[in-house]
Design a protein around this ligand. Structure first.
Ligand SMILES: Nc1ncnc2c1ncn2[C@@H]1O[C@H](COP(=O)(O)OP(=O)(O)O)[C@@H](O)[C@H]1O
Ligand SMILES: [Mg+2]
Length: 587
């Protein structure tokens, strides 16, 4: 309880107005609900004493009706205030989690499968939302209704009968808690086996040719029979537990009634209370059932909320503990880069992957990195992103060692399009605004235009709403790369890094994107690694890497003049390109 209050307390504090209104509505309902049993008791007494006038009866009925109407609106109000507000927590948590996802390095995505990540995040965030919604309701209502009904019981008869009537209540609390826990577990179990079955169907259908070829249909049908039986059994168990709530309720309330009647009738016979009062008392006992159940439910809501919070916290703390010392203020670097690396080895590796890498880059300049596969281009970029810290030398941004920056601030400054891009199973638009959920539609379009993927997107049937991934369409490699670039662009990063991000895009499109970038990013730093040398013609500095060392450096013009590796490969690529475009070489 303490733990969860600490964890979502900030949110309840932030939304204290909504919660106060919701709880006020709950309190009013609790009090109004006390009136009808009182009226019924009075009517019974008047009937017994033969004093019921039709005016009085009409008045009673009107009050009944009025209470019904008012309670209806109050119920609406607390739902809006408490449940409505709790969804805002869900939205907030989702946003910070997504933001966190964008800061994670590729190794994070190797460790966690994207699908699992999304599914868990969704379920866990939902469980926490339930604490802020259902949990708050269960807590407030069990206290408000519980206390007001107890006071009313005490006033309508006496404290002795009230205490006696309470004897079976602990069974209600414990029973509700145990059952709802079991129900939840059984339900998750059933859901898991259901998705297992779906996977099986999927497998069988995609493997149907193979199966036929091997004459395995029969055993597959048998196997599937077992799976469906399993699903059936598990859902059957869910309903078995579900139906137990009703008997629990009945047993507890009947035991209470037996006790009340046994002692209550004696009180009537002794003339201590009237029949009407006893009837009012019995109605109150009935009203006490829900708050008792709510206490039981509340324990589970909190337990699940805490478990989910633990999981999300684990993801949120990922990496931070390794690298982020948090010793510095949150200052975002602009992009004056100075590399002075003596050498770097991957952990558990013998030979250095990078050696003697020295260069500087001013804010607003573009750096090009070229070299064969395996020459160390991606590694150089990873060091800048602080995926690895174990190197000799230093890397500075704005004259400050990158290890001194808050890791989040550093990553906030960088828009990184990795070599192996990943897209989520959501709409194209959401994929693009992934790093910043507050990006407007116009900004998404602007980024897509610079990344030259806008025209492709509007050609899809559902445009920007087109779903990607398993349930949606699959994009071509070049389209995926361009969507990934748009995703980095909406962040308006001080440093944009494209690591071989245009390999699947044709030369013409590549040129278009790069000149668009040059225009829109005149004052920001850009780092591009590429296979196609023509992509880097406009770079202010080009580094040619080979086996982790800079073998040539300069601008396109100076490198061409030097007639080294760069000039040779450039000519070769131009030649291949012309051949490709013309289809033939005549001269
Ligand atoms: N995580 C890693 N652990 C060990 N060695 C690695 C790792 N990643 C890359 N390497 C090695 O480092 C060298 C440089 O790789 P990389 O930076 O990816 O080159 P490029 O991006 O130029 O193709 C290669 O020999 C590669 O095998
Ligand atoms: Mg690479």
């Amino acid at each position: 309880m303490k733990k969860i209050v600490k964890r979502i307390g900030w949110f309840i504090k932030e939304e204290r107005f909504s919660y106060a209104m919701g709880i006020a509505a709950l309190g009013l309902i609790a009090i109004l609900n006390l009136i009808p049993p009182k009226i019924i008791g009075n009517v019974i007494d008047s009937i017994v004493e033969n004093t019921l006038t039709s005016e009085a009866l009409l008045l009673y009925l009107l009050v009944f009706l009025a209470i019904g109407v008012v309670v209806y609106f109050l119920r609406y109000a607390w739902r809006m205030f408490i449940f409505g507000t709790s969804y805002r927590l869900e939205r907030k948590m989702r946003m910070s989690l997504f933001k966190h996802f964008t800061r994670m390095s590729p190794s994070f995505y190797q460790k966690y499968r994207t699908g699992d990540l999304m599914a868990h995040a969704t379920n866990d965030i939902r469980a926490i939302q339930r604490v802020a919604g259902g949990g708050v309701l269960q807590f407030a209502d069990s206290i408000l209704t519980g206390v007001s009904v107890l006071i009313a019981m005490f006033l309508s008869v006496d404290w002795k009968l009230t205490l006696l009537a309470l004897i079976p209540m602990p069974f209600m609390i414990i029973g509700a808690q145990k059952l709802s826990k079991k129900l939840h577990e059984a339900f998750f179990d059933a859901q898991a086996s259901f998705s297992d079955m779906n996977n099986r169907v999927h497998e069988s259908i995609s493997g149907i040719k193979v199966m036929k070829a091997f004459g395995q249909e029969k055993s597959d049908i048998n196997r599937f029979g077992e799976v469906t039986d399993d699903v059936y059994n598990r859902y059957y168990r869910v309903s078995l537990i579900d139906v137990l709530f009703e008997p629990l309720f009945t047993i507890v309330i009947m035991s209470s009634y037996v006790i009340i009647l046994w002692f209550g009738i004696r009180l009537i016979q002794q003339g201590d209370i009237t029949t009407g009062r006893l009837s009012t008392f019995i109605s109150y006992v009935h009203q006490l059932m829900w708050p008792m159940m709510a206490i039981g439910f509340l324990m589970n809501t909190i337990e699940r909320g805490n478990a989910s919070f633990d999981r999300i916290e684990k993801i949120m703390n990922e990496e931070e503990s390794v690298l982020n010392h948090n010793k510095n203020e949150y200052q975002i670097p602009h992009g004056d880069l100075c590399f002075n690396l003596e050498h770097f080895k991957y952990p558990n590796d013998e030979h250095p992957v990078l050696k003697d890498i020295q260069f500087t880059l001013k804010q607003g300049q573009t750096l090009g990195i070229v070299g064969k596969t395996g020459s160390g281009k991606s590694t150089l970029i990873k060091l800048l992103l602080r995926e690895y810290d174990g190197y000799q030398g230093y890397i500075e941004l704005d004259g400050v060692n990158i290890k001194e920056y808050n890791l989040h601030a550093l990553r906030d400054a960088v828009g990184y399009v990795p070599q192996d891009n990943f897209l989520f199973s959501m709409s194209i638009e959401d994929n693009i605004r992934f790093g910043n959920p507050e990006t407007t539609h116009e900004e998404v379009i602007e980024a897509a235009k610079i990344a030259d993927v806008h025209d492709d997107i509007v050609d899809f049937e559902f445009g920007y709403e087109t779903l990607m991934g398993e349930k949606g369409i699959s994009l071509s490699g070049g389209q995926r790369q361009r969507v990934s670039i748009a995703r980095a662009l909406v962040l308006k990063p001080n440093i944009l890094i494209l690591d071989d991000s245009l390999s699947a895009v044709d030369a013409k499109t590549e040129e278009k994107i790069l000149s668009g970038l040059k225009y829109s990013r005149q004052n920001e730093t850009t780092i591009i690694s590429a296979h196609r040398l023509s992509a880097l013609k406009h770079a202010d500095l080009i580094l040619v890497l080979d086996e982790g060392q800079i073998i040539e450096r300069g601008t396109h013009a100076s490198l061409m003049e030097a007639q080294g590796w760069y000039a040779k490969i450039f000519k070769q690529q131009e030649y291949e390109r012309e051949e490709h475009q013309d289809g033939s070489i005549d001269n």
